[in-house]
Design a protein around this ligand. Structure first.
Ligand code: NAD
Ligand code: UDP
Ligand code: UDP
Length: 317
């Protein structure tokens, strides 16, 4: 039996880094969670602490196949997010974004659920507008190594807005900027996890290119608060809306900060820059501030400290 204001919430990609934090927060609010994941990059370890909760259910399923369940809200997060993983099987990456979106939108239409899409700052590609506002259409290579992810996510946004216009579906689209925190996969190749693991193990920190490219890093708790705030809004607010932390750092600054914070004897080495690697990235979050009253609260140093503790514990166990 479910209480009157308990929602049943589907989280696809719920065993991943962001998904596991989202499942946890939704359960904390007293709702039921159906976590759907094919365990491509997600792990049972990420959700092990939720399994005994009677309001949590886990289903192994690939969203490129139809899914018939009864839910009130859908958060669609399923998709590998790190370049190493999304380029491993690029056709499956595009299918997950495009066919997966069609299935989740079809499901939302049938059960009349609000549906949320985890889009990405990658829709802006290698941007010539800085910082990036939502109105900017982006500069994306349609045939490069990153295209399976970038174009897949762009097409998913198209589908969300066509279901909104054509079927009056309540949609919520966020464009997530680089996010870090506990439960990132230690080998997933993203810069924060790579540098921390390298520093803790005393190996060289691998900077791609000359390290002058920039990113803006958001701590996971801030990001999830933004997701929940957007989902609470009325149907007139669809997004796309940037969620991220506008603090901008070069990869060299990030490497030096992590070496200092871990007290590591590691050295910095350079490796070739991957193709189409964006030169700079920083969110314009004026919309999130105005529409959601949201802004990030965790500075990089504080977030890194929690993340370093997590990886330190992970490596030792
Ligand atoms: P992640 O790789 O940790 O999580 C993705 C999850 O989706 C994993 O658990 C994986 O097993 C699952 N998955 C992949 N393909 C699937 C499929 N076909 N069917 C079912 N499950 C599938 O990555 P994350 O960082 O948690 O990213 C979550 C979402 O947020 C992704 O959609 C990603 O594109 C988006 N995003 C993340 C960031 C970031 O910085 N973390 C930035 C921009 C966008
Ligand atoms: N779908 C699903 N679960 C549902 C309803 C639909 O997975 O509960 C999938 C189904 O595979 C379908 C897709 O969503 O192909 C799109 O559904 P929609 O109703 O929009 O279109 P149609 O059924 O006409 O293709
Ligand atoms: N990067 C790096 N060393 C690494 C991993 C990544 O210098 O070990 C760089 C990468 O080339 C990019 C930035 O860090 O310029 C962010 O990379 P990440 O894969 O985390 O995210 P994305 O490129 O998707 O923003």
């Amino acid at each position: 039996m479910r209480y009157a204001n308990t929602k049943k919430v589907l989280v696809t990609g719920g065993a991943g880094f962001l998904g596991s934090h989202l499942c946890e927060k939704i359960l904390d609010q007293g709702h039921e969670v159906l976590c759907v994941d094919n365990f491509f990059t997600g792990t049972r370890r990420n959700i092990a602490h939720l399994i005994d909760n009677p309001r949590f259910e886990m289903m192994r399923h690939d969203i490129t196949f139809p899914l018939y369940v009864e839910v009130d809200e859908i958060y669609n997060l399923a998709c590998p997010a790190s370049p190493v993983h999304y380029q491993f099987d690029p056709v499956q990456t595009t299918k997950t974004s495009v066919v997966g979106a069609i299935n989740m939108l079809g499901l939302a239409k049938r059960v009349k659920a609000k549906v949320f899409q985890a889009s990405t700052s990658e829709v802006y590609g290698d941007p010539e507008v800085h910082p990036q506002p939502e109105e900017y259409w982006g500069r994306v290579n349609p045939i490069g190594f990153r295209s399976c992810y970038d174009e897949g996510k762009r097409c998913a946004e198209t589908l969300f807005f066509d279901y909104y216009r054509q079927h009056k579906l309540p949609i919520k689209v966020v464009r997530i900027f680089n996010t870090y925190g506990p439960r990132m996969h230690p080998n997933d190749g993203r810069v924060v996890s790579n540098f921390i693991v390298q520093a803790l193990k005393g190996s060289d920190l691998t900077i791609y290119g000359d390290g002058s490219q920039t990113r803006s890093f958001c701590y996971v708790d801030d990001l999830i608060d933004g997701f929940l705030a957007l989902m609470e809004t009325g149907p007139e607010i669809t997004g796309p809306i940037n969620i991220g932390n506008p603090g901008e750092f070069t990869m060299l600054q990030l490497a030096e900060l992590i070496i200092e914070m871990t007290n590591s004897s590691s050295k910095i080495v350079t490796r070739p820059l991957p193709p189409d690697d964006p030169r700079q990235r920083r969110p314009d979050i004026s919309k999130a501030k105005a529409l959601l009253g949201w802004e990030p609260t965790v500075p990089l140093r504080a977030g890194l400290s929690r993340t370093i503790n997590y990886f330190d514990h992970y490596i030792r166990n």
